[in-house]
Ligand binder design. Structure first.
Ligand SMILES: [Zn+2]
Length: 203
């Protein structure tokens, strides 16, 4: 983040100029009609792709509910659409995330869990770090008995360039507490999300 690294944010004009340079580098003329407004559009897309730098996931997870009638079973949110960009090529990572936690005393609104996925995804990422960040922030703020996060995604830097292996799905998981220590708990979660993928839904 700019503020944490003490970096100065470039101006919009500087960002657009950088895109013009890349167009020239690719071999085209940024002044021709079809490309004239492209730098503007690219910079605007970047604002959307990397929107996650301006939000704090832990702040969002602070809003919890404690009136749970003693509910202490697994809460699972599966098939959360995931759109991110790899930090090595800045190309899309598209997939889905599955999150589970076992509450201790507090629960959080499910939309907040999806929002946390978005905030971390809308930064430059590697899938391993993204998975751990989501799990760790839930663990830190909710202090549940356990947290599990599984991400399945395809990486365009692998399908459209380099080794050109389309269709390869990368799966990562991060287990904390009960999910790490208790094999049956972990299995229950994995069974739930596997039966979900058998039922369809695309990546
Ligand atoms: Zn990459």
């Amino acid at each position: 983040m700019y503020w944490s690294n003490k970096l100065t944010k470039p101006t919009r004009e500087q960002a657009e100029e950088a895109v013009r340079t890349l167009i020239k580098w690719a071999g085209d003329n940024p002044a021709r009609e079809g490309l004239k407004d492209t730098p503007k559009r690219v910079v605007k897309s970047y604002e959307e792709f990397f929107d996650g730098y301006s939000s704090d996931p832990e702040e969002i997870l602070q809003r919890t509910f404690s009136e749970t009638e003693g509910y202490d079973e697994m809460v699972v949110l599966r098939d959360i659409r995931l759109e991110s960009h790899c930090e090595h090529h800045m190309l899309p990572i598209i997939g889905r995330a599955h999150i589970a936690y076992i509450p201790m005393k507090r629960v959080v609104g499910i939309s907040k869990l999806a929002r946390v996925v978005d905030i971390y995804a809308k930064r430059m990422q590697i899938q391993e770090k993204l998975t751990a960040q989501i799990a760790n922030s839930i663990n830190k703020t909710l202090q549940p008995k356990g947290v599990a996060v599984v991400i399945e995604a395809t990486h365009q830097c692998m399908s459209t360039r380099g080794v050109h292996k389309s269709g390869a799905i990368m799966q990562t998981s991060h287990m904390i507490g009960a999910f790490r220590e208790d094999k049956r708990t972990r299995q229950e979660f994995m069974d739930l999300i596997t039966s979900a993928s058998r039922g369809g839904g695309d990546i």
